[in-house]
Design a protein around this ligand. Structure first.
Ligand code: BES
Ligand code: MG
Ligand code: ZN
Length: 467
């Protein structure tokens, strides 16, 4: 699909966004408003032909009620109209999108247009060809379009990886994705380790999680050096559980299929690496993914086992379903070798996240106020909502073990906080933030759909660091 910034467009279809409480300056639409045929309620639509042009009017609802969700709903309604009318090209006036909102429009639109039909015999036939965004600020809009396309590409790539089931999207499959991604860019290369190397490095935790699976376990590091060679890198670490059965502490079957998306954190690292390489950003970023399956077998790790992490901390297993933190803790120790400027881990870590913050908000934790603040700003700027939660020190108490240095679970209360506190014991040597995306990386649970989040937040944070 081509998206252009133009001063005027020859396309014969125009999309028009209108508030409930304003009148369109296009006659035919204004008439429809007067007659009550089109009330411009949020996400309502009206199609009209006038003077040789087709107009698709989309309601935004009341002006003072406008928010990110009403805008996205309106964009969804526009896409539905285009598809049902089989219109593959249209123009839109950027002034209707508000200041600097070309980027939000393009990003949301490309996300809406996403389809996952790789595994269907019958493919989606409707494909958009061209969007002209009419504007006076050509250069600015071109820039917005470029960033929006790169982010949406990264996000849609993350969705593909999440949607692919674990029999296809294996740890080897994802390792190969890391190869392809790094091969495609001259400033990017791949370094990875397998189980033999992990055992040599005393990674007793990530290897224990993988030992009940037929799939090999990997930590893959996509090294992008777009900045000065000696600038310390930003290190992203993604939880890449290609499937999480819960292990011996088996999950209930309802919704278990969604656990093919327990690599959502890793998928967002892949997506972000794709976006920043596409934008060729002048910065150093290491995208690390911990690729492993939590399965059941005679070889599986069990409750009561005591594992020794690469850091030397011993961990009693209270629940084999709290495996993400085990995979991450060794990866978070391993990446000290990059001498990171900051480390951000991204993980579908706790179901408790959905209980506390619901399906939209990413839980944001961190051991450094400046980093947390930067991530909050990036979250707002990229319309990718996150909420700051505390690393409340007294709750370390919950992670106590009688036989080891700590337990891998902290009991029913404050599950997302105790999970973050668990990780914090491994991140004391650097500036660190943790994004729990159990709710935001997938929408719904029993029949989850992939969101591609938090690629926008991560990319925005990285872009801001180049300024
Ligand atoms: N992958 C899950 C967390 C999850 C749940 C993500 C639902 C997305 C949707 C994680 O590995 C897990 O099972 N966590 C346990 C931890 C508990 C045993 C302390 C949980 O949340 O129940
Ligand atoms: Mg390369
Ligand atoms: Zn689990």
């Amino acid at each position: 699909m081509h998206i252009y910034a133009v001063t005027s467009s020859n396309l014969t279809t125009e999309a028009v966004f209108i508030f409930e409480d304003t009148q369109s300056n296009i006659d035919a639409i204004q008439k429809a408003q007067e007659k009550g045929l089109f009330k411009a309620k949020n996400a309502s639509s009206y199609f009209v032909l006038s003077n040789g042009k087709a107009y698709i009017a989309i309601g935004l609802g009341k002006k003072d009620k406008l928010n990110i969700s009403t805008i996205r709903k309106a964009i969804g309604a526009l896409y539905t109209q285009l598809k049902s009318l089989n219109i593959d090209s249209f123009s839109i006036d950027s002034t209707l999108l508000g200041d600097h909102h070309s980027r939000l429009f393009v990003e949301s639109f490309l996300n809406t247009a996403y389809v996952f039909d790789q595994l269907k015999s019958e493919k989606e036939t409707f494909k958009l060809k061209q969007i002209d965004i009419t504007t006076y600020a050509i250069e600015e809009t071109k820039h917005d379009i470029k960033i929006a396309q790169a982010i949406a590409n990264g996000q849609n790539y993350a969705k593909d990886l999440k949607n692919l089931p674990a029999n296809i999207c294996t740890t080897d499959y994802l390792l190969n994705e890391a190869k392809k991604l790094t091969d495609a860019h001259n400033k990017c290369s791949l370094h990875y380790i397998g189980e033999d190397q992990m055992l040599k490095l005393s990674m007793g935790c990530i290897t224990a999680v993988g030992q009940g699976s037929k799939m090999p376990t990997y930590i893959a590091c996509m090294e992008y050096y777009g900045g000065n060679k000696d600038d310390k890198p930003i290190v992203l670490v993604g939880k890449g559980l290609v499937f999480d059965t819960g292990g011996i502490c088996l999950k209930p079957w309802q919704g278990m299929g969604s656990m093919k998306m327990d690599m959502g954190g890793a998928a967002s690292v892949f997506g972000t690496m794709k976006t920043i390489t596409e934008l060729n950003l002048p910065i150093n970023v290491i995208g690390v993914v911990a690729l492993v399956e939590n399965s059941i077998d005679g070889k599986s790790y069990r409750p009561g086992d005591v594992l020794t992490s690469m850091k030397g901390i011993t961990i009693e297993i209270g629940n084999t379903d709290a495996e993400g933190r085990l995979a991450l803790c060794d990866a978070l120790t391993y990446i000290e070798r990059y001498n990171p400027k900051v480390v951000i881990d991204i993980a579908t870590l706790t179901g408790a996240m959905i209980v506390s913050l619901g399906g939209d908000l990413t839980g944001l934790f961190g051991n450094n106020d400046a980093l947390v603040n930067d991530l909050k700003i990036a979250s707002q700027e990229s319309y990718d909502p996150a909420w700051h939660l505390p690393l409340y020190e007294p709750y370390h108490e919950h992670l106590k073990s009688d036989v080891a240095d700590m337990n891998n679970i902290g009991g029913a209360a404050a599950g997302s906080i105790t999970a973050a506190l668990f990780l914090s014991r491994f991140t004391e040597n650097y500036t660190w933030a943790h994004l729990d995306v159990a709710g935001s990386a997938m929408k719904g649970f029993e029949k989850a759909t992939a969101t591609g989040r938090p690629v926008p937040l991560l990319t925005q944070y990285i872009i801001n660091q180049t300024k």
